[in-house]
Write a protein that binds this ligand. Structure first.
Ligand SMILES: [Zn+2]
Length: 254
């Protein structure tokens, strides 16, 4: 009898331990413990949100990290890097609640700029980030230095990581052309194209605050003005009200 009681007790202890372990596994989150403070300190977009918006942003960041592999290539990926990459992913599609980056499986983090052969040494390195093609389909490369730089400088209108995620949004409809048909209603497409050409002319003539890289082509135009829109919305609105309005429509932030 004593033996049977002991056996039952042993089984109860075993089951409790097992259930506890299971439970513990369930609450594992990819987010570091102090993630709210880190977002508050480094992500301007997050700081501008109210408490409901912040909770929503945190959820989206968590979902992105759960779904996306992030790998350092000769670089140590720290908690802050994970949070900044996820933030850059969430910002352009924040108002599009059912968005998923189905064209992205992995983000590779390089320490610094690289060249077209992916060399990380030498003097001809100028690429700070890119959306992969060919063998690197569904992969994004981002450099740790530029990633952090984009978020640290509060007055900057540049953010390399946001720039790359905007390229992905643009690419989602099958073509990277500066016209994100997947989120832009058809009735606005012609208006958006006209605005791109007109503003590109202004940039080429030196009549705009927008960086000249935007005038390279419509793909870069869309990415560069989107960086501006998310980093310094007030400034963009003051200098290019029509462009600001159109980007608010595109990103559904009216
Ligand atoms: Zn680009």
């Amino acid at each position: 009898m004593v033996f049977q009681i002991l056996l039952v007790m042993f089984l109860i202890v075993l089951l409790t331990l097992f259930a506890f372990r299971k439970n513990k596994e369930k609450v594992v989150t990819p987010l570091p413990e102090n993630y709210k403070e880190l977002l508050e300190a480094y992500v301007k977009f997050y700081r501008r949100l109210d408490s409901t918006g912040r909770a929503h942003f945190e959820k989206r960041v968590e979902q992105f990290l759960a779904a996306t592999k992030i790998t350092g290539v000769n670089a140590v990926v720290e908690d802050i890097d994970l949070l900044l990459i996820a933030s850059a992913a969430v910002i352009p599609v924040f108002a599009i609640t059912d968005w998923q980056y189905i064209n992205l499986h992995e983000v590779l983090v390089y320490p610094g700029a690289f060249n077209e052969d992916f060399d990380q040494e030498g003097t001809d390195r100028y690429i700070a980030g890119m959306v992969g093609t060919g063998g690197l389909q569904n992969t994004m490369i981002i450099t740790k230095w530029q990633l952090r730089q984009g978020f640290i400088d509060n007055n900057s209108v540049h953010n390399t990581a946001i720039h790359e995620f905007v390229h992905l949004v643009d690419k989602m409809d099958g073509t990277m052309d500066g016209v994100p048909e997947i989120i832009l209603e058809r009735k606005y497409v012609e208006q958006w194209k006209q605005l791109m050409y007109a503003t590109t002319e202004q940039i080429r003539n030196g009549h705009s605050v927008i960086h000249s890289y935007a005038a390279k082509n419509t793909v870069e135009f869309f990415a560069v003005v989107s960086e501006y829109f998310f980093e310094q919305p007030g400034l963009l609105q003051a200098h290019h009200p029509d462009l600001y309005k159109m980007l608010s429509i595109i990103y559904r932030m009216e």
